[in-house]
Every structure is written in C-alpha cells, then in structure tokens.
Design a binder for this molecule. Structure first.
Ligand SMILES: Cc1cc2nc3c(=O)[nH]c(=O)nc-3n(C[C@H](O)[C@H](O)[C@H](O)COP(=O)(O)OP(=O)(O)OC[C@H]3O[C@@H](n4cnc5c(N)ncnc54)[C@H](O)[C@@H]3O)c2cc1C
Ligand SMILES: *[C@@H]1O[C@H](CO)[C@@H](O)[C@H](O)[C@H]1NC(C)=O
Ligand SMILES: *[C@@H]1O[C@H](CO)[C@@H](O)[C@H](O)[C@H]1NC(C)=O
Ligand SMILES: *[C@@H]1O[C@H](CO)[C@@H](O)[C@H](O)[C@H]1NC(C)=O
Ligand SMILES: *[C@@H]1O[C@H](CO)[C@@H](O)[C@H](O)[C@H]1NC(C)=O
Ligand SMILES: *[C@@H]1O[C@H](CO)[C@@H](O)[C@H](O)[C@H]1NC(C)=O
Ligand SMILES: *[C@@H]1O[C@H](CO)[C@@H](O)[C@H](O)[C@H]1NC(C)=O
Ligand SMILES: *[C@@H]1O[C@H](CO)[C@@H](O)[C@H](O)[C@H]1NC(C)=O
Ligand SMILES: *[C@@H]1O[C@H](CO)[C@@H](O)[C@H](O)[C@H]1NC(C)=O
Ligand SMILES: *[C@@H]1O[C@H](CO)[C@@H](O)[C@H](O)[C@H]1NC(C)=O
Ligand SMILES: *[C@@H]1O[C@H](CO)[C@@H](O)[C@H](O)[C@H]1NC(C)=O
Ligand SMILES: *[C@@H]1O[C@H](CO)[C@@H](O)[C@H](O)[C@H]1NC(C)=O
Ligand SMILES: *[C@@H]1O[C@H](CO)[C@@H](O)[C@H](O)[C@H]1NC(C)=O
Length: 611
C-alpha cells in the first residue's frame, strides 16, 4: 500500500516537475520501506549536504549508496510555494504561532524561552524534505571570506581549509549565470560586475544566478550605501565581503525556480546513478558493534521499523539540530546528559550540541512611495497579474524573494560607530579584519499590518559572542530537540546590535532613501531613541536568519568542544562522520548554504580517496 502511494506520488511529481521544464525524471531507485538492506554508505538526511554527498558517492559508480530522509518532495508537500522564489515568505513565519507553518516540509521547532529576548519563544524553520533547508531558504548564495578560512584552517590544523584550497570545491558545486540585463530594470543591473571568473569551470549542479526582477526599493541602496562611504563589491563569491551588491541566488536562470540540492544534485543522481532514496523515513538510531564501529541505522517509516546496514560508513547530515540529537540518542555526547536518560555512553564528547552559532536578525520598518512585495499579499488584482506574468514569461515580482540587495559592513571601521573599548578590542581579538560585523538587506517584504508599500531594512549580526545549545529531553528522535540559541545574551552582542541598528537608521536617513520614504519610521518609530530604548525594542523583535551551525564542531582532538576531525570523522568511534552545517567550526559571515555545499563536496572527495 505504502509503496503504491510512493509510486503514485512520484508520478504526480514528475508531471509537476515537467510543467516546470524539468524534462524527464526516472523513478527506479526508491527504497522499499520495511525491508532490511545493506549498502556501502548510508547517509542520514537528504538535505543540503546529504544529497550533495550521496550524489558524489553514487556518481563514482563503485559503491552502493542510500540516503534516508524524513520528509519527501517539497513540490508535492508545499505545492509551488517552495518553487517560485517569492513563495518562500509564506511559510517561514518566525513568530511562536505554528499554525502558519506547513508541518509536511518543516520540523516545526520552537526555541526555548529566550532570556536575551524578553523570554520570547521563536519558531526555528528547518526543512523536512528532500533538499532539506535548501528547499526552505531565501535563496541567497555567497561564499565566506579569506580570513574566515584562515581561522577555519587554524581551528582544525589543516591548511586544506585555506581559501585557495576550498575554492575548487565551491566551484565544483555550482553553475553561475550572470544577471540578464534585458529583463532586469536598467537601473538595477550589476553594471560591469561579472563573477564568471570566480566560478571557473562553471559546471556544478547547483544553479546560481540573479532573478529577472529586482525590487524597486533595492535600486535606491547603491547610492545610499555610497553616501555612508561603503564601496561596491565585485559580487559575493571572491572571498571579500566589505561592500554592497545585488546578491546571487540559488535560482534557475531560465525557469526562475528555486535551485536546491534536490533539483540539482538529486536530479543528477536519479538520471545517472543507482542511488537509493528512502523518503518519509526517520532514522531513530545509529547502531554500533562491540568495537564502537558504526554498522548501520534503525529506520522508521510510518511505524514500519527496519535496519539499513552500512558496510563502509554511516554519514550524518541531519542538520544543525538533529545531527547532534541523533548522536546523543545513539550514545555520543556529554556523558551526564546521556546517563540522565539511560542511554549507554559510546563516546563521551562534551561538545555535542554545544557551541551553536547563529545570526540574529533585526528589523527597521518603513513605508515608501514605491511598489513593494506587500503588493503580493495585499493587492489581489496586482498579485494575479504578477502570477500570470510569471507563469507565462517567467518574469516579474514572483521571480524574487524581495530581499535581493545587501551591504556587508565592518562597523568597527566606521568612524561613527560608538563601540566601547572593550567590545572593540574583543571583536578585534576574535574575528579577522575582513569579517564584517553586520549585513544590511533591502527588504521589500513590508511590515505586518501595513496596508501596502511596506519596506524595510533587515540587519544580520555576523560577529556574535553568544553561543547557544541543542540537547535532548528523551532518547526518541520523534521528540523535538531542546533548542536554545541564546541570542543577544552576551553583552557584546547587545552593543553590536544597537550599533548596527543605528547604522540602519543612518542608511534610512540618507538623501537617496529619504527621497522615497513616506513619513516617519514605522517600527520602532521615532519615540525609540536612547540606547536602552533601542535595545529593549531589539529584544522584543529580534528573530533569526536561520543560520544555526557548529553544534558538532570540527576541531583538533585536544579541543574539548570538538566533535569531529578535519574530515568529519566523529571522535571515539569508527566508520561515522558528520557532514553538514553542524560540522562547521565557525559560522561564516553572511549566508552559509554555499559553504555547506562546498564542505560536502570536499569531504565526498576525501571519502572516495579513503575508500
Ligand atoms: C527559512 C530559512 C532561510 C534561510 N535562508 C538562507 C539563505 O538565504 N541563504 C543561505 O545561504 N542560507 C540560508 N539558510 C540556511 C541554510 O539553508 C542552511 O544552513 C543549510 O541548508 C543547512 O544544510 P544542512 O545540510 O546542514 O541541513 P538541512 O539542509 O536542513 O538538511 C537536513 C536534513 O536531514 C533531515 N533529517 C533530520 N533528522 C532526520 C532523521 N532523524 N532521519 C531522517 N532525516 C532526517 C531533514 O529532514 C533535512 O532534510 C536558511 C535556512 C532557513 C530554514
Ligand atoms: C545487517 O547486519 C547484521 C549484523 O551484522 C546481519 O545480521 C544482517 O544479516 C545484515 N543485514 C543485511 C540485509 O545485510
Ligand atoms: C572514484 O573515486 C576514486 C578515488 O577518488 C577515483 O580514483 C576514481 O577515478 C573515481 N571514479 C570515477 C568514475 O569517478
Ligand atoms: C501555484 O499553484 C496554485 C494552485 O495550483 C495556482 O493557482 C497558482 O497559479 C500557482 N502559482 C504559480 C506562480 O505557479
Ligand atoms: C495563529 O495563526 C492562525 C492561522 O494563521 C490564526 O488563525 C490564529 O489566530 C493564530 N493564533 C494566535 C494565538 O495568534
Ligand atoms: C524571564 O524568565 C525568567 C525565568 O523564568 C525570569 O527570571 C525573568 O524575570 C523573565 N524575564 C522577563 C523579561 O520576563
Ligand atoms: C535575457 O532574457 C531574454 C528574455 O527572456 C532572453 O531573450 C535573452 O536571451 C536573455 N539573455 C541572456 C544573455 O541570457
Ligand atoms: C528604478 O526603476 C524602477 C522600475 O522602473 C523604479 O521603480 C525605481 O524607482 C527606479 N529606481 C531609481 C533609483 O530611480
Ligand atoms: C530487520 O532487522 C530488524 C533489526 O535487526 C529485525 O528485528 C527484523 O526482524 C528484520 N526484519 C526482517 C524482515 O528480516
Ligand atoms: C566525560 O567527559 C567530561 C569532560 O571531558 C569529563 O569531565 C567527565 O568526567 C567524563 N565522564 C565520563 C563518564 O567519562
Ligand atoms: C509576456 O511577454 C510578452 C512579450 O514581452 C508580452 O507581450 C506579454 O504581455 C507578456 N505576458 C504577460 C502575461 O505578462
Ligand atoms: C538626518 O540627516 C540630516 C542631515 O542630512 C540631519 O540633519 C538629521 O538630524 C538626521 N535625522 C535623524 C533622525 O538622524
Ligand atoms: C513588545 O512588542 C509588542 C507588540 O508586538 C508590544 O505590545 C509590547 O508592548 C512590546 N514590549 C516591550 C517590552 O517593548
């Protein structure tokens, strides 16, 4: 019965994808739930890293590979909202109300009450689908900085993490198409910026491009940032992040649909390999033998339990929250936590679930005399016009998420930043000089409750000191992990937040932006003036950029917080790796997905070398 359902849904999927110009997909390789089986490699999680690894291992042609994913195809479970870029705003509500969140494609996690945020609880979106969070995210694609990778190399004692050596793996994952100047407004082109050179061979599966529509609001930011002295960037993919630019997106340049690890890597694997994919399949535990060697995983599909053996390796790619959770329920983690839940300790690693980094997101909201993304939610007739334009010509507002332009700012280099000596020196000691403290996005998606033409500035804090954690409340993977990001709990972060917010206000008060802003600042409004008032406002409204990382951090054996070595191998056991955003030793400044694909490519090579 279940198998029939899978085949049926796959047929629907093929026709749905066909409508989007996909051509033919083959469905020869879906695993049979309930049947014990054995593979060389079993990968847990068909997300961003998981499908990248699975595809590369399978493409080698020598090994049998299975990927086990708790969700299914987002094209089926979330209709076209996950495919056309502007649809993303419909299901990522960060408020505590989960009714608006589709549980078929999202894990519906809530954080613990956040002491740094007036005890608020926040929905933390995570993809539960093939593609994982690459099927859920805002499409922003970029690379980290040269200095970031110097730190990474130092943390793990391995020069192969320096910029020059990771660059080929960034390149291997992606295919870049420059912005199309005939379909973007003339005043919204990237000028002479062309990143073709930093994409080199340019033959990777993931599509990286610019949407065919640029938000009107964004077009006022180049001159606004210039007024504040910020230079233009030659894109975001050459290791330098101090300046402004239109962002590259993980988006198909022709069909203007989301490019995820599912539409890119998995599609390739389905066409060319015998990769086996288990969907709706929750991994409950990793199994070890007496020699602490990982031998396989226990899987549950709608109550049918079975075992998949791994003759070579088990690879955990379950993301920032569930990779540490799965290690813990399987006996790898802080002994005190495991003992409290009667889980036998296989490897006592204090760092599992600790050291969580994230980028808090702050907002300044305005009304402008331009058409913005609020049109799509508030003006049904215009929304219909734009939808038709998209369906017929693949142009218009639906091709963009509405947050397409960013400035990366080293606030400590800005003479008007009023940092305390202590915070200034802590920042200088902790972060390399090319690591911006904040990113400012032109957001065309408006203000809740405002009738139309809402716009704003989203601020991401990129150099944070607060570290959160993930732990477990039971030995059952069906129970949500306990997620405490601890946003804004560190005094430095509070000061950086206030300083960044004031920078956003200066941006809103440039001649360039004032031209189009109507009336006074909408939220928080001019009554909020002192640093204390600003901080109170920020605590009351800060949410996340969804960049949780480093909860199974990579490091050297003598680092008590390290969970995996430079190749993703888990300390204290054999045949087990963690490869995903949780393995990053540090969170890259800006958006992490490009770096997650890079890491998966790098370690896939390593695994094949060692096989
Ligand atoms: C709303 C949102 C917006 C974002 N915006 C951006 C952006 O614009 N740009 C950017 O660069 N980054 C963005 N990110 C972050 C980025 O998408 C993630 O950092 C990245 O995708 C994480 O990849 P991963 O492989 O670590 O995990 P994921 O891609 O989340 O994959 C984990 C997979 O494991 C599966 N899984 C978990 N537990 C189990 C289990 N027990 N059994 C079986 N399967 C399991 C999950 O269902 C999921 O498919 C955003 C994220 C979100 C959620
Ligand atoms: C999986 O491994 C177990 C233990 O080694 C073995 O008994 C079982 O036969 C294996 N299953 C398959 C399908 O190979
Ligand atoms: C498989 O991987 C090995 C080791 O990296 C490599 O030597 C071999 O060429 C690969 N085969 C294919 C078909 O890519
Ligand atoms: C999305 O799907 C809905 C329902 O099938 C349809 O009405 C709408 O036009 C579609 N939108 C796009 C952009 O394809
Ligand atoms: C939660 O959201 C739903 C649907 O969006 C709405 O009907 C409900 O009133 C909301 N609940 C609260 C407590 O805000
Ligand atoms: C948050 O909760 C803690 C513990 O319950 C309490 O001590 C504190 O006063 C609360 N803070 C606010 C702002 O409500
Ligand atoms: C730009 O888009 C137009 C209209 O869709 C198309 O005709 C043209 O070929 C595209 N140009 C490039 C360089 O892709
Ligand atoms: C750029 O062009 C768009 C579309 O024509 C327009 O809405 C916007 O106001 C223009 N921006 C500037 C800075 O003139
Ligand atoms: C599959 O493996 C599990 C766990 O080892 C075992 O309990 C079950 O009987 C096996 N099922 C079949 C059909 O062999
Ligand atoms: C686990 O490791 C921690 C920190 O390294 C140590 O303090 C603790 O005693 C260890 N516990 C056990 C049971 O080995
Ligand atoms: C699609 O593009 C053509 C050519 O530019 C134009 O004539 C037509 O009106 C467009 N259709 C829609 C629905 O926007
Ligand atoms: C905005 O900038 C002008 C100078 O251009 C200055 O006089 C004014 O005080 C600023 N307003 C705010 C609210 O900072
Ligand atoms: C927080 O924001 C809500 C509106 O979202 C408001 O009602 C409340 O008074 C604010 N609280 C504080 C402490 O600013």
């Amino acid at each position: 019965m279940l198998q029939t359902l899978f085949l049926l849904s796959f047929a629907i999927l093929c026709s749905a994808l066909g409508d989007l110009g996909y051509g033919k997909l083959f469905s020869t390789s879906f695993g049979y739930p309930g049947v014990n089986a054995s593979y060389d490699y079993v990968i847990i999680g068909g997300g961003t890293a998981g499908l990248t690894l699975a595809t590369r291992l399978a493409l080698n042609g020598t090994y049998s590979v299975a990927v086990v994913e708790a969700g299914s195809f987002y094209e089926l479970d979330n209709g076209n909202y996950s495919q056309y870029p502007s649809g993303v705003i419909r299901s990522t509500d960060p408020g505590p109300n989960l009714s608006a969140v589709n549980g078929l494609i999202d894990w519906r996690f809530l954080t613990t009450p956040q002491t740094g945020l007036l005890n608020r609880t926040v929905h933390y979106a995570r993809g539960k689908c093939l593609g994982g969070s690459s099927g859920r995210n805002y499409l922003l694609y970029q690379r980290a900085t040269v200095g970031f990778f110097d730190e990474w190399a130092k943390e793990v004692g391995d020069a192969s993490y320096e910029w020059q050596s990771v660059l080929p793996y960034y390149q291997k994952s992606a295919h870049y198409t420059p912005g199309n100047t005939t379909t973007r407004a003339a005043n919204s082109s990237r000028g002479t910026v062309d990143e073709t050179a930093v994409f080199a061979k340019n033959d990777g599966p993931l599509q990286v491009s610019l949407p065919k529509y640029a938000a009107s609001w964004s077009s006022y930011f180049p001159s606004a940032f210039s007024e504040l002295g910020l230079p233009q960037l030659e894109g975001t993919n050459s290791g330098i992040l101090n300046g402004w630019t239109y962002m590259t997106m993980s988006e198909d340049p022709t069909y203007q649909t989301r490019s995820s690890s599912e539409t890119s890597y998995l599609k390739l694997a389905l066409e060319r390999t015998s990769l086996t994919v288990y969907t709706h399949a929750l991994v409950n535990r990793i199994m070890f033998d007496d020699t602490k060697t990982a031998r396989g995983v226990l899987v549950d599909v709608a109550g049918m339990k079975f075992m998949l053996n791994a003759t070579k390796e088990v690879i955990v790619s379950a993301g920032a929250f569930q990779s540490p959770q799965l290690l813990m329920v399987s006996g790898i983690g802080p002994a005190s936590t495991l003992k409290g839940l009667d889980i036998p300790v296989i490897s006592n690693l204090s760092g599992v679930g600790q050291n969580m980094w994230d980028n808090p997101r702050l907002t300044l909201s305005l009304e402008v005399n331009l058409e913005t993304g609020t049109t799509l939610t508030n003006q049904p007739e215009r929304a219909l016009e734009e939808t038709e334009k998209y369906i017929v010509n693949r142009t218009g507002m639906l091709t963009s998420t509405g947050a397409d332009f960013a400035g990366f700012v080293k606030l400590t280099n800005d003479s008007r930043s009023n940092f305390s000596t202590e915070t200034r020196s802590s920042l200088a000691e902790t972060f390399p000089p090319d690591w911006p403290e904040a990113e400012f996005f032109a957001s065309s998606n408006g203000v809740a409750g405002l009738a139309h033409n809402g716009a704003g500035i989203f601020i991401g804090l990129l150099a944070t000191f607060s570290r959160g954690s993930v732990t477990i409340k039971s030995a059952d993977m069906a129970d949500a992990p306990v997620i405490d990001p601890a946003w804004l709990t560190d005094k430095h972060d509070q000061e950086i937040a206030v300083t960044a917010f004031k920078y956003a206000r200066r941006l809103a008060n440039t001649t360039s932006l004032r031209k189009v802003i109507v009336g006074e600042e909408v939220v928080p409004g001019p009554a909020v003036q002192s640093d204390a008032q600003i901080l109170e406002y920020l605590k009351n409204t800060t949410v996340t950029y969804y960049h949780a990382s480093s909860t199974c951090k990579m490091g050297m054996r003598n680092d008590s917080m390290a969970v995996v070595d430079k190749d993703g191998k888990v300390f204290g056991v054999k045949n087990l790796r963690v490869v995903d955003v949780s393995a990053l030793p540090l969170l890259p400044p800006g958006q992490p997905q490009g770096t997650v694909y890079m890491l998966a490519e790098k370690i896939a090579d390593k695994i094949l070398e060692e096989a």
